[in-house]
Write a protein that binds this ligand. Structure first.
Ligand code: DX5
Ligand code: ZN
Length: 221
């Protein structure tokens, strides 16, 4: 399984976003994780499609847009047209609208030729998204409650990752991307990979480091 490190620009200084993207290119990041928050699904508001549009010309790395928003269908067009490579949406935001909304949203993302993924919070059993694994290019297991960077890793995420990887293998998709997000450090990344994650989001660990390239390499090794 190829391990990919996905620094989250949530931890960047938003007044220097262009510089942050260039630093991530140089530091060996594999993916750029864009945390989109709407002030409703989660308390803070971060940014929308315009940010993705503006950073798109600054990097060839895939832009992984994690939508922590209500009614995600309404925003897919903007992120797809802005140049997102993959868009992930929360089971919790979709399921409160209707039982079919998650599948419809994933299909909508794919209709733009963009990869898609489903996300579960730490208190949502990953089994809830098994029915849409067939559509997903990636699944995202939250290891903190979404909303803020710099939180502590919730260890039950390891069990969720194992279940997700086992199910992917069972359906003949053993090489599926399984992403983990929240509280990843050099100390816990070994257990996280052993549990089955191969796309590793890291916000504060990368941005607070004095040597971003060395930290990314250490998380990857
Ligand atoms: C949390 C976000 C995460 C966050 C991770 O709501 O989805 O992507 O930036 O930050 P760290 O790595 O600092 O926990
Ligand atoms: Zn995220």
């Amino acid at each position: 399984m190829q391990i990919k490190i996905a620094p989250s620009i949530l931890s960047a200084d938003f007044s220097k976003m262009g510089e942050a993207i260039k630093n991530l290119n140089a530091a060996g990041a594999d993916v750029i994780h864009c945390d989109v928050m709407d002030g409703s699904f989660v308390e803070p508001i971060t940014f929308g499609g315009q940010m993705v549009k503006n950073i798109r010309p600054l990097t060839n790395l895939p832009l992984d847009c994690h939508l922590m928003i209500e009614h995600p269908k309404t925003q897919i067009k903007f992120f797809a047209e802005a140049g997102a490579d993959i868009i992930t949406v929360h089971y919790e935001a979709c399921n409160k609208i209707s039982p079919t909304y998650l599948r419809e949203t994933l299909e909508l993302i794919k209709s733009y030729g963009v990869k898609c993924g489903a996300v579960v919070n730490p208190d949502t059993d990953v089994e809830k998204i098994f029915p849409v694994f067939d559509l997903c290019d990636m699944v995202l297991i939250m290891s903190v409650f979404p909303g803020y960077g710099g939180q502590k890793f919730i260890p039950t995420a390891l069990e969720q990752l194992k279940k997700a990887r086992e199910y992917a293998v069972k359906m003949g998709r053993g090489d599926m991307d399984i992403e983990v997000d929240g509280g990843v450090t050099e100390a816990n990344v070994g257990d996280i990979k052993a549990a089955g994650a191969n796309v590793i989001v890291a916000g504060s660990t990368v941005f607070k480091s004095a040597d971003m390239a060395a930290t990314i390499a250490a998380l990857k090794a």
